[in-house]
Design a protein. Sequence first.
Length: 436
Amino acid sequence: MKKTILFFIPIFILTYATPSFPVEKYNLDDLYRIALRKSERIMLSEQELYIAERQKDKAISVLFPRISSFGEYKKYNEEKQKLTFLIQPSSASNWGLKIDRSFSLGGKEFFALRISRENIERAKYDLMGTKESILFSVASAYFEVLRAKEALEIARANVERLKKHRDAASARLRVGEVTKTALLRAEAELSSAKSEFVRAENNLKFAKAVLSRVAGIEGDYDVAESQLDTSIKELYPEMPDVRYFKELAFSKRPELKSMELQKIISDEQIKYTRGSYFPDLKLEAAYVRNETDPSTFTLIKEQIYGIVKIEFPLFEGGLRRAELMESFAKKRESELLYEDLKKNVGIEVEEAYLEIITLRETIKFLEDEVEFAKENYRAVSKQFEYGLADSVDVMDANTLLLTAEKNLSNAKYNYQLSLLKLRRATGTLLEMARIE
């Protein structure tokens, strides 16, 4: 019996006494690094950049001559002779090397190379824009988790307050100081607070699930709060005028840089299309070795020749004109897209700027409101205990406190997010993020 017990003790310890591992905790910079490493959208942008680089390699390859080899073997059904001359051998073969190069006299190949180089730069700016977009999405989801955590704590504190009030109402009912309606009202408010607490728990779970998807986190985790106000104050001790941030956005926003390059590419595309109005020049040089069986004295065994060929289409059904008009239309389209994007960026900057100014002024008043609401609730609760206030007064004070706490929480995290929104709008989020 002892041996049996001793045998099961280690199993019991391993099964039920396994130490719990601490949950991984991430701050905002950790989430940035994870997202930049795991985001599929960033990987797609990196592939676009890789493709643009390979397109440049293709454009360069066209500038070099092409060297090719060839060979041919023929077997005839019979030899044919006319008098003493062999006119069809039993078999014939030839092989050789050829160098050829074809290019447009309008310089289309060089314009294509310029376009490919500009496309690489544009792909780099697109990658930067994608990274900034991902970072802002991560920050938004991160602050939603923090907001949900604080909302859960507010809901928990609300339940605790209402439990104390329910207990106080129950005690006063037993001594006949209040009617049963006061207790029923307290019970109803407590049930509503518990329901709100469950909703806050589920909101936190959903917010963490969204952050997991955006940042690429797996498993259970927690987040540590990151304060951004200090860094923004160090950068701007006195908040500059909104025009400063607009000019910053116009000079740094990667999407605008990309559209500027698209305008340049459109100009180069017009030059490329105009190259179709010039003839094509083809140069070719070859070495050919011929063999026949049986051999004849008239056979030229080795040939070396060169070819210069100019080709110009006289009629192609209006294709060149249509392509040129299309290039002009695309140039105009890129100019309009740039102007539209520039206006939208200006609105984004102004919206984020005004939101920062508004919330900076509002948060102080909301903090005062919370303090006043707490003092008010404590005072009304004491009055209720001594019969100087009824249950309705306590519920009103509690509602005022709950609303003030929620408003302050929302304003606090909206302010943190608005700081990042301004960085995103000005195109400085990626360079300001503390990413190693």
